[in-house]
Design a protein around this ligand. Structure first.
Ligand code: GTP
Length: 347
């Protein structure tokens, strides 16, 4: 079975980090999330992928190529104009089989595919939507289902207390080819707003199955950070690249830690990181490969992507810095989300 990964959105809510980067390529634990996702699906037997590209497609193509580095095969579609979540699936139709998976590639999750696939087959569904339960569904589209799991209605952003359930669309679908005939070609189409309601209206079997396990849409800054803290707390069980040197302290290859420097768990340090004397890293810090953190700097509840430079005595708390950012000496930054050095100065 093939998996189609939707990776072409603009990621506006995660700007500026996604200004020149597809959101699914944002690193989680120093690896692009999309790579974690492909490997996780591969573990469960998926070997063939189609990635639907639009925003900065070259980043994804360059990173994955034909997939052979990861032991899978990857094909791509590219959109001239954004086609939306259903339009992108329609464009990929010639590359897909009779039954396939489609996933929002920006959802951080640990998926168990087998129960979903079995559910789809047993119900003879046209589409099965993986569902996840959220505490407060008022920001999401909530489903109303029969006891057998057939969806008869979506309620968009219900008022608090008025939601028919707390189950929302998790952005993972098992689809039969026949469902694609309900998507008009060549224009932007939203799967949630147009295609699913049209399928239900036409009496096609649209089912929903609650999925267990970790789920987080990393589309906002807070949730992007949360995915990292959950990873460090091991609630999100993705591999941590580094040797665990003390409880909750993971350090990559060829790092150096200066005298009197402190690593306060949980922290994840990438490869070839230099940490200066008396610097303090953590708690809750993820430091990308080739970062340099100079003497007396402090970094807590912060994510640094690869190759950042934090100069002498700077202090960062609850920040996210994109690739190659540079933070001036003695700068004090709180809750900054920054893509480039020039922005760092103006925060
Ligand atoms: P925001 O701009 O912050 O809303 O994010 P987004 O549009 O990138 O993501 P959203 O959560 O709305 O979309 C869900 C998934 O579908 C994400 O993985 C997107 O990358 C993907 N997606 C959204 N629109 C398109 C599109 O027009 N084409 C393609 N190929 N993928 C899309």
């Amino acid at each position: 079975m093939k998996a189609l990964l939707l990776a072409g959105g603009l990621g506006t809510r995660l700007r500026p980090l996604t200004e020149e980067l597809p959101k699914p390529m944002a690193p989680v634990g120093n690896r692009p999330w999309l790579e974690h996702l492909v490997l996780q699906l591969k573990e469960q037997g998926i070997r063939e992928f189609v990635i639907a590209l639009k925003h900065y497609p070259e980043h994804i193509e360059r990173h994955f190529g034909d997939g052979s580095r990861l032991g899978v095969s990857i094909e791509y579609t590219r959109e001239e104009e954004a086609l939306g979540t259903a339009g992108a699936i329609k464009l990929a139709e010639p590359l897909l089989g009779d039954t396939f998976l489609a996933l929002n590639a920006d959802v951080v999750q640990r998926i168990e595919l087998l129960p979903l696939l079995e559910f789809h087959k047993e119900r003879r569904a046209a589409v099965t939507i993986g569902l996840t339960e959220v505490e407060d569904p008022s920001q999401f589209g909530v489903v109303e289902r029969t006891s057998a799991g057939r969806i008869h209605r979506f309620v968009e952003k219900p008022k608090r207390g008025e939601a028919p359930s707390r189950l929302i669309n998790a952005g993972i679908y098992v689809m039969n080819r026949q469902a694609l005939s309900f998507i008009p070609p060549g224009r932007e189409v939203s799967i949630e707003r147009e295609t699913f309601p049209a399928l239900i209206e036409a009496g096609q079997g649209v089912y929903g199955m609650p999925m267990r396990g970790y789920w987080l849409d990393m589309g906002t800054r807070d949730r992007y950070r949360q995915a990292h803290w959950d990873m460090l707390d091991r609630k999100l069980a993705i591999p941590l690249f580094g040797e665990e040197r003390g409880k909750g302290i993971w350090v990559g290859n060829d790092c150096s830690v200066g005298s009197g420097a402190l690593l306060i768990p949980p922290v994840l340090i990438g490869d070839r990181v230099r940490i200066g004397d008396r610097a303090v890293i953590g708690p809750y810090a993820v430091i990308g490969d080739d970062c340099r953190i100079l003497g007396e700097a402090r970094v807590s509840e912060t994510i640094l992507w690869d190759r950042c430079l934090v100069r002498q005595g700077a202090r960062l708390h609850q920040c996210v810095f994109g690739y190659d950012a540079e933070i001036g000496s003695k700068h004090i930054l709180f809750e900054a989300v920054v893509n480039r050095m020039k922005e760092a100065v103006s925060v």
